[in-house]
Design a protein around this ligand. Sequence first.
Ligand SMILES: [Zn+2]
Ligand SMILES: [Zn+2]
Length: 345
Amino acid sequence: MGIWDTLYSEIIRFFGLSGIIEIVKKGDYSSLATLGGIQKLIYPIIPLLLLLEIIRAAFYKRFKIEDYSMPFLVFVLNRFISRFISIAAVAFCIGLFERFAIFKTTFTWYWLIYGYIVWEFSHFIYHYLAHKVRILWCLHSTHHAPQHMNLFVNFAHFFLEAPYADVIRTSICILMGVNPGLLFFIMFIDGFWGSFIHLGENGLKNGRLGFLNKIILTPSHHRVHHAKNPLYMDTNFCNLLNIWDKVFKTYQDERTDIKIEYGITRQMNPHNVLDAYFGEIVCLAKDVYKAPGLKNKILYCLMPPGWSHTGAHKTAKLAREEFLTEEGEKQPLAEPPPIQQEQFS
Ligand SMILES: [Zn+2]
Ligand SMILES: [Zn+2]
């Protein structure tokens, strides 16, 4: 295949257009009314929104190449490394755990609700561990390294993260009886929404989506998740239904008086893709090397980021508690100012 053919097929693949092209070539538009047809129509929405986000940013002279370059490079790197690992991991877990399922479900609307609640639970577990176990944070921090929010951040992941996330999520769902067909359907909705919530301020200034902000997890909630402000760190782990954040008390609304600062707290070069990819691993390796005794070395890998064998911890949990205590002392009865009306600008 020549370079132009490769480039063409990469662009078609990136924009998810192959399904639509196939339908147009065959002229069989009736398939658009099927579930598969609808999926083919939905696939290109996120890449097209990303394009729109960039065009809008350029139009308002807010486009900065460095906001997009790092997540883009991570995307390119992943594209070549982790093409099929994740699909294989899902298939493996289904084969391994299906026989141990507590019961069998079918593809009906009520099992869809059950399946989605279980899926969100499994996503919460994966995502919570990704933030609270330092060795897993080494993988997840790549996704949090970008210092601006845009749809490309969705593609910035360490290549091993998707297979490990899928192993945890698939195993829990299959054991809880979610049938594979239902699971793939849920994964499809989750994949779409999980991408959409990365829509940055260039695409949608206020990401609260009006009344939806009270019911589901919106881009505004996920912006909070990507923030390094003490109040916002390690909150909003869910993806679409934020029930588990509310159950486990990790829910945090965006506040107008606290402007989101994206990124991670470690000093890093935000435009260096290698730093975003391997920086946390290097830091962990240094801490493990310096730590006295085997027990401390293991604890550095398993305890939350910021844990120290000296007891001088600097974890996200402590930073948040400190912030809330300080704020409580300063203004004991103050209510956070209400957020302004939704503006699609
Ligand atoms: Zn995260
Ligand atoms: Zn994210």
